[in-house]
Design a binder for this molecule. Structure first.
Ligand code: ARG
Length: 621
């Protein structure tokens, strides 16, 4: 109900202006305005919204808060637009104004959502019109005036980003799931989203790997598919061990990196093959999870590294310290209170992870076509990289690479732990392979389903069982991850994530299935003219349904997918309470049509919400 909130805010501001013209003028003169502080009601018994501004305005207006509130309410009563929207306001406590929407206003909102595939969520940049949600992208066309659309400034979501020749681990899975959800929400809001996979495809690991493979498995460097990723990971481990122990190997490996970075054709070809091999394995995971990503690895920024150094030199930020060229951070100090540096170029002339990220920021904000011209850049990685990003963000800001009003954000997340509260490991103590983890989720969902079919005496064919088990298993993994506040560590538990009860994917998927069943028997219900509600459970469901747009706006702003999960979970609960306590299919015709319409809108909201989490729904399960 964001558009209602906006309309009410305006009406309250105007009421304040009329009630206190001198106070408003004085506020304006000092560059401020009288703020009614309108917010959604903190408790249902306070109505739909509350305006808390009277308390803060008491002092500047030199009146007791309740008198301020009373004057506002008197002015509101004289505004026909307000009285059409709200019941007479109540003044509570020291001077809070409680506002309750008229049933007709709520019904009108429900009706407009039933006819709106965006369910009231406006497109970014579209002028919010009261009563409508600004949905039709071609609305201006009808009047013959089509404003030239400004070039879309992309929002970049940098997520997943595993490393070549290393196994993709659970941390990358979290980044993939969270990043995908954020990208979906931002795209749905109408932003041009660039989903970038910043894979680790450059750097010392290739020197070690190529040197080692030349000796033990040269075919891997010249023939596609000669080794699989599992072998590659093992070779990498051996190479790393030799690198740590053997000085001669170290020297050769370093020379190998230099050759690669200088574009030596043999090294390049070997590198290409290794990357392709990893890429194919990563793609299997992305395909399974329905993840769309554009690969733009670290190597992409190689040509831009010298410009980073040159820029930092020009701005006078670069300092040479023990042979390394670095920028000392402001306001951050390490041991013994010494300022911490971001190393931009190592003493041997090499560049590192931070240099690449500096080049990436510079490129992403630079105006097209020499860069992406992004308006917002979001990085989804584990919280362990927080100080890395804080450092490079600071350097980029001081270098002047981030134009005003542009946003640069690190979206950190906690660790995935086993049920013992320690880092997730297999029983034998190895790191968990993503493929195995997803397989197990699907297998368990399959077993749960077979058990349920048996209990219910149902017969289903093989294709149905495979489809449901796959959908539920993968949904459970995604939802378990997204429903936690991402900043905390989370405990991975197959049993908990696959439970049919509680804040889980199966519970939500089941709510959708339940409503699909109702619709098969009763249809989708009435249209605008038929909507009449009388039961408290109906109104509770109406009010919850109408909160969808506000939740999406919150996720877009705060980048916390768990807000959307909580909303959907509560919606399912409110719906189940409604459906258990109020007859729908057996209701008298008028009420039946209205209630079926509520069921329909609930299903649409759940499907759209789950879709934005990257979770497809089922009609039967
Ligand atoms: N490859 C890195 C890792 O595995 C993540 C990269 C995140 N993105 C970035 N621009 N640094 O930890």
């Amino acid at each position: 109900m964001l558009c209602v909130l906006q309309a009410l805010t305006r009406q309250l501001e105007e009421a304040l202006e009329r009630a206190f013209p001198e106070g408003a003028a004085a506020a304006r003169a000092s560059g401020a305005s009288l703020d009614p502080q309108l917010a959604p009601a903190s408790k249902p018994e306070f109505g739909d919204f509350q305006a808390n501004g009277a308390l803060a305005l008491a002092r500047p207006l030199q009146q007791p808060p309740r008198a301020v509130a009373t004057a506002i309410v008197e002015q509101l009563a004289a505004d026909p637009a307000f009285t059409a929207l709200c019941l007479p306001p109540q003044i509570a406590g020291p001077g809070f104004i409680n506002l309750t929407l008229r049933p007709e206003a709520l019904v009108a909102e429900v009706a407009s959502r039933l006819a709106d595939s965006r369910l009231g969520v406006p497109l970014a940049g579209a002028a919010a019109a009261v009563g409508g949600s600004g949905t039709a992208p071609d609305a201006g066309g009808a009047a013959g005036i089509v404003a030239p659309s400004p070039p879309a400034e992309p929002v970049i979501v940098d997520f997943s980003s595993p490393n070549i020749a290393k196994e993709m681990h659970v941390g990358h899975l979290r980044s993939t799931i969270i990043g995908d959800c954020l990208a979906r929400v931002l795209a749905f809001r109408g932003h041009a989203v660039l989903r970038l996979n910043h894979v680790g495809d450059w750097g010392t690991q290739f020197g070690m790997l190529i040197t080692h493979l030349k000796q033990v498995a040269p075919e891997a460097l010249t023939t596609a598919d000669a080794v699989d990723l599992g072998d590659l990971v093992a070779f990498y481990r051996q190479a790393k061990q030799r690198f740590d122990e053997d000085e001669a190997f170290q020297t050769t490996a370093r020379e190998e990196v230099v050759k690669l970075q200088a574009g030596d054709p043999v090294s390049r070809r070997a590198w290409q093959l290794l990357c392709d091999q990893s890429r194919r394995e990563f793609q299997l995971i992305y395909d399974r999870l329905g993840i769309d990503l554009q690969e733009r690895g670290e190597s992409f920024y190689n040509p831009y590294l010298p410009a980073v150094v040159a820029d930092l030199e020009t701005t006078g930020l670069l300092v040479t310290d023990e042979g390394a060229r670095c920028v000392f951070l402001e306001g951050v100090s390490g041991k013994e209170g010494k300022p911490l540096p971001v190393i931009v170029q190592k003493s041997d002339g090499g560049f590192n992870y931070a240099t690449t990220d500096l080049a990436a920021i510079r490129y992403r904000f630079a105006a097209a076509p020499a860069g992406d011209g992004a308006c917002r850049v979001i990085y989804v990685t584990d919280a362990g990289q927080a100080s890395h990003f804080a450092g490079v963000f600071q350097v980029a800001r001081r270098a002047g690479w981030i134009p005003e009003d542009r946003r640069l954000e690190h979206v950190p997340f906690g660790l995935v732990q086993g049920e013992d509260g320690k880092k997730l490991k297999t029983r034998s103590g190895d790191t968990v392979r993503l493929k195995d983890l997803l397989d197990e989720a699907v297998e368990r969902a399959d077993a749960d389903l077979l058990r349920r079919l048996e209990e219910e005496g149902r017969q289903e064919d093989e294709a149905f069982i495979r489809h449901v088990a796959t959908t539920v298993g993968l949904a459970a993994v995604k939802y378990a991850d997204l429903s936690q506040n991402r900043t905390t560590n989370y405990q991975f538990s197959f049993d908990r994530m696959l439970a049919l009860q509680g804040n889980t994917a199966p519970y939500l998927l089941y709510a959708v299935v339940r409503i699909a069943g109702i619709a098969r028997k009763g249809g989708n219900g009435g249209a605008a003219g038929d909507l009449q509600f009388s039961e408290p459970q109906e109104w509770a469901l109406v009010r919850h349904l109408l909160g969808f747009d506000a939740v999406i706006a919150e996720v877009e702003e705060e980048l916390l997918p768990n807000r959307l999960c909580t909303y959907l979970y509560e919606l399912s609960q409110v719906f189940n309470r409604f459906y258990d306590q109020v007859p729908v299919l057996k209701a008298p015709p008028e009420a039946r049509a209205a209630r079926l319409a509520l069921c329909h809108l609930t299903a649409d909201t759940l499907k759209l919400g789950l879709g934005l989490l990257g979770i497809p729904t089922l009609e039967r399960m």
